[in-house]
Design a protein around this ligand. Structure first.
Ligand SMILES: Cc1cc2nc3c(=O)[nH]c(=O)nc-3n(C[C@H](O)[C@H](O)[C@H](O)COP(=O)(O)O)c2cc1C
Length: 198
């Protein structure tokens, strides 16, 4: 029996009121479902040397933030700007990256947050992984409970009502899908690297 080599995925996220942290947990669960995947999460508001080290050693980083005022939350922007030394050195170059966001409204301008997260990855020379799901809930026979019910391609987008802590099951399922997809593609990427070096 062959054992899949281990890859490391880190989810770097912020959550002000707990909705996005539930999505981060779902992304982690999806990633862990792929054999040989080590998964950690870091709260970008509480970065210390150990957390930066985790990110630097990761094979893939999945960024997550709620959408606040049409973009990533301020705390996420503080984190992003704190990566500038790594940008300068291109420390994260060729790691895989992906992203997820969450907001109170169906749109809520989440697309801008996903674009921002993908730009951050591009500035670091990272390889962006799309959601890889067809849009759900877009025909008369489709369901609001479909995966990717909000129809994003760039990453996972979720809608959570502002006044309750719950996150929609379809959005959690979509987030699990994203984690699994990033894990699978990270294994493929690492195997390709190993083949080139061999
Ligand atoms: C400061 C602030 C700005 C917000 N801006 C938006 C927004 O632009 N669009 C939207 O749909 N919801 C907006 N919301 C709602 C949040 O996106 C929503 O409550 C989300 O679930 C919060 O995620 P969290 O619990 O992880 O913090 C905003 C909330 C706050 C606190």
């Amino acid at each position: 029996m062959t054992t899949a080599p281990s890859v490391s995925i880190v989810i770097a996220y912020f959550s002000g009121y707990g909705h996005t942290s539930q999505l981060a947990d779902a992304v982690a669960k999806g990633a862990r479902s792929v054999a040989g995947t080590r998964v950690a999460s870091v709260d970008v508001e509480a970065m210390a040397d150990a957390e930066w080290d985790l990110l630097d050693r990761a094979d893939a980083i999945i960024f997550g933030s709620p959408t606040y005022m049409g973009t990533a939350a301020g705390a996420f922007h503080v984190f992003a700007q704190a990566t500038s030394k790594r940008w300068m050195d291109q420390t994260w170059r060729d790691k895989l990256a992906a992203g997820f966001t969450n907001s109170g409204s169906m749109s809520g301008d989440k697309m801008h947050t996903l674009q921002y997260l993908s730009l951050l990855a591009a500035q670091h020379g990272m390889l962006w992984v799309s959601l890889g799901l067809m849009p759900g809930w877009n025909t008369t026979t489709a369901s609001i409970d479909d995966d990717n019910r909000l129809g994003f391609y760039l990453g996972a987008g979720a809608q959570s009502f502002n006044d309750i802590p719950a996150v929609h099951d379809a959005d959690l399922s979509t987030a699990r899908h994203l984690g699994g997809r990033v894990a699978e593609l990270t294994h493929i990427h690492q195997a390709g690297r190993a083949a080139i070096v061999a």
